[in-house]
Design a protein around this ligand. Structure first.
Ligand code: NAD
Ligand code: ZN
Length: 342
């Protein structure tokens, strides 16, 4: 089968030919229809320091996908051949303290599809049946192919009460932009997003959920707050840039008692003014992945109750044109880029 794999320890991704994976007792084989490119795939493509330490050479990459079940392991119950599915890319151990307590997203032994083991950029993907997420008919394959990052946005946004709150999102990447729509859907008052990339701020405006999309390289966030009549600060913050300065800017503009969820992955040497956290009595929560499967349930039900995040998909490519697709994604002039495998 055709796959996109990290064959060499240098910049790039390569098309490879591999055998269709063997299906274990508790596994499901999925024929892939659509995949989406994640920021993580771009790190792997660029072969940065993190990828060099993490990614085994030869591995098929990718973890955002939608497809159809074509084979079931002998022990699998509750799923059918022909069923349309997406799936959770975090594989958990099932026996650590959190797994046994039912807090599966907190598993201490989490392994990532397309990061620690064979990924989804392939004609077929084999994953444990418990990781499969069956799709209702009214969720399109396109939409399902971005459920993984959409889930990051939902997990982050629903971590704190949104109703009537003023929300600051730093970083208008695909996840930050999806978070604007979720915050609005969940009842926020002002939704302000920041970035330094005009293309992405424009895309955030097109999403139709922001009060203001602010380019912090050219505009002053304090002026925007004054204009909105915000005297004290933001109630909820979502850090979605991984940029230390953006996080510091957020801390400075939080209301006392404000709540922040951190999704963006900062550089190791990032420093902030911790006094702001203490004297403002802020609550800070780290976010990794999606809650299994509460986040997936919320994603589906919000889409079914009128949440529209479709503008986030800005590009489609046939898988054979994957090089162009990766270049577009890496350029920063894209929302989500979807690859078609059929
Ligand atoms: P992305 O890299 O596409 O978007 C980040 C955005 O932040 C970019 O548009 C960039 O221009 C912007 N930015 C840079 N400097 C800024 C500044 N000073 N102020 C405001 N914005 C600034 O990333 P994404 O795919 O949308 O993901 C968002 C973040 O979440 C990334 O850091 C990613 O690594 C991380 N992530 C975390 C998880 C998790 O489970 N914790 C999962 C997926 C992604
Ligand atoms: Zn576990």
């Amino acid at each position: 089968m055709k796959t996109l794999a990290k064959l060499h320890g240098e910049k790039g991704i390569w098309m490879d030919d591999k055998p269709v994976p063997e299906v274990g007792h508790n596994d499901v084989l999925i024929k892939i229809k659509k995949t989406a490119i994640c920021g993580t795939d771009i790190h792997i493509y660029n072969w940065d320091e993190w990828s060099q330490k993490t990614i085994p050479l030869g591995m098929t990459v990718g973890h955002e996908f939608a497809g159809e079940i074509v084979e079931l392991g002998s022990e699998v119950a509750g799923l059918k051949i022909g069923q349309r599915v997406s799936g959770e890319g975090h594989l958990i151990c099932g026996h650590c303290r959190n797994c046994r307590a039912g807090r599966r997203h907190l598993c201490i032994n989490t392994k990532g599809v397309g990061v620690n083991r064979e990924g989804a950029f392939a004609e077929y993907l084999c994953i444990p049946a418990v990781n499969v997420y069956p799709l209702p008919d009214d969720i399109s394959d396109d939409m399902a192919s971005v459920f993984d990052p959409f889930g990051n946005a939902v997990h982050t946004a629903l971590s704190f009460d949104m109703v009537g709150e003023d929300v600051l999102i730093t970083g208008a990447g695909p996840i930050g932009i999806m978070a604007t729509a979720i915050a609005r859907h969940a009842g926020a008052r002002h939704v302000v997003i920041t970035d330094v990339n005009e293309y992405r701020l424009d895309l955030a405006r097109k999403m139709g959920a922001v009060t203001r999309a602010v380019n912090v390289a050219t505009e002053n966030l304090d002026d925007v707050m004054a204009e909105l009549g915000m005297k004290e600060g933001f109630d909820v913050g979502m850090e979605m840039s991984g940029n230390g300065q953006a996080f510091q800017q957020m801390l400075e503009r939080m209301e006392h008692g404000g709540k922040i969820s951190l999704l963006g992955i900062p550089a190791k040497d990032t420093t902030i003014d911790w006094n702001l956290v203490i004297f403002k009595m802020l609550t800070i929560k780290g976010i990794y992945g999606r809650e299994m499967f509460e986040t997936w349930y919320k994603m589906t039900s919000m889409l079914q109750s009128g949440l529209d995040i479709s503008p986030i998909i800005t590009h489609h490519f046939k898988v054979d044109d994957y090089k162009e697709a990766f270049e577009v994604m890496a350029s920063g002039k894209a929302g989500k880029v979807v690859l078609d495998w059929t």
